[in-house]
Design a protein. Structure first.
Length: 332
């Protein structure tokens, strides 16, 4: 993703997505635009400009670019050069964010489907989260597939089992991590014998994933986790957690705040490890590493051989496309 929707307005904002510098702004029709940061004329930073008559005006020579990237005015020159344009990346606005695809000319898979934030969905409590880390985007996403780290890092005890979903499409990998009796670290769980059956259903693309936590076959929380690789070895992980409001203890406010505290505590424990971790050659593994290894193989299909990484990006350059490009990419 490029930016939170509430932070995108008529004043352009600079951002970095998958190592690419962009500028995010709103055109005259209110649509969010994600454009290369520097003016194609003389390279001025476009966030120093302003939106005039629905187009982004460069501060240097007042060239103006519309939401499609076309130069619509160049007052300091006799005529607008033929074909003058700034590169616009496909974008989609939803779930409180502006999402973008940088690199290739068209997206290779769709933006996230997370209906739990829909106003028509059952009543719920929710919170937004964001963390910066030195880890790569892949390491952040593979964490949920790393079954052995749950008892060691997070104190979640139980006979954890990994079951893979049948492949639904080429851009998603899914698994269920289950146990018949889960025990959380004190003071979160004081019940003898544990809390009951747990199922974590995890569906991941190369740049975002949706998680559903079930306790005794009842959904307790839904999470959307997205990653924005902002520099080499630096990633922002952010998204939403949604917990249904319902009768009984699991739908109560104390459980919501307890879950939120546990989420923060657990994420901080992972970030503390990420801070100083390094990449290995991947040659030393055990059978318990199946989840991580299979996710890495899936992720490599997109990051290697010309595929992209992150939000996601493809090696090599594509042509300029309209901001409607995500909707127009029907073959993903």
């Amino acid at each position: 993703m490029a930016e939170r929707s509430t932070r995108v307005g008529r004043r352009p904002r600079a951002a970095v997505v998958a190592g690419r510098e962009v500028v995010v702004w709103r055109a005259g029709d209110g649509a969010a635009v994600v454009m290369d940061r520097f003016c194609p004329h003389q390279g001025a930073a476009l966030e120093l400009g302003r939106v005039v008559d629905g187009a982004l005006r460069c501060v240097f020579h007042h060239w103006r670019f519309d939401g499609e990237g076309t130069c619509v005015a160049a007052p300091a020159t006799r005529r607008v050069p033929h074909g003058a344009s700034a590169r616009v990346h496909p974008s989609w606005e939803g779930l409180g964010y502006v999402w973008t695809w940088v690199g290739s000319a068209a997206p290779e898979y769709p933006p996230p489907d997370f209906p739990h934030l829909d106003r028509r969905s059952p009543a719920h409590r929710r919170y937004r989260f964001a963390f910066d880390t030195n880890a790569t985007a892949r390491r952040v996403l593979e964490n949920g597939f790393d079954v052995p780290h749950f008892p060691v890092v997070h104190g979640i005890a139980g006979d954890l089992r990994l079951t893979w979903d049948a492949e639904v499409d080429k851009h998603t990998i899914g698994t269920r991590i289950t146990t018949d009796s889960i025990t959380l670290p004190a003071p979160l769980d004081r019940r003898p014998g544990g809390l009951g059956r747990l199922c974590l259903h995890l569906r991941s693309t190369p740049s975002y994933q949706v998680l559903t936590f079930e306790l005794n076959d009842r959904p307790v929380a839904h999470e959307l986790l997205a990653v924005t690789p902002v520099a080499q070895g630096r990633t922002t992980m952010h998204g939403w957690t949604v917990m249904p409001r319902s009768g009984g203890l699991l739908g109560s406010a104390p459980v919501f705040w307890g879950y939120r505290l546990q989420h923060w505590w657990g994420t901080r424990a992972d970030l503390r490890i990420y801070r100083d971790a390094t990449e290995t050659d991947g040659s030393i593994n055990t059978s318990d590493d199946e989840g991580v290894l299979r996710f890495r193989q899936f992720h490599r299909r997109w990051t290697g051989g010309g595929r992209g990484t992150g939000q996601p990006v493809r090696r090599g350059e594509g042509g300029t496309v309209s901001r409607r490009g995500w909707d127009e990419a029907q073959d993903v």
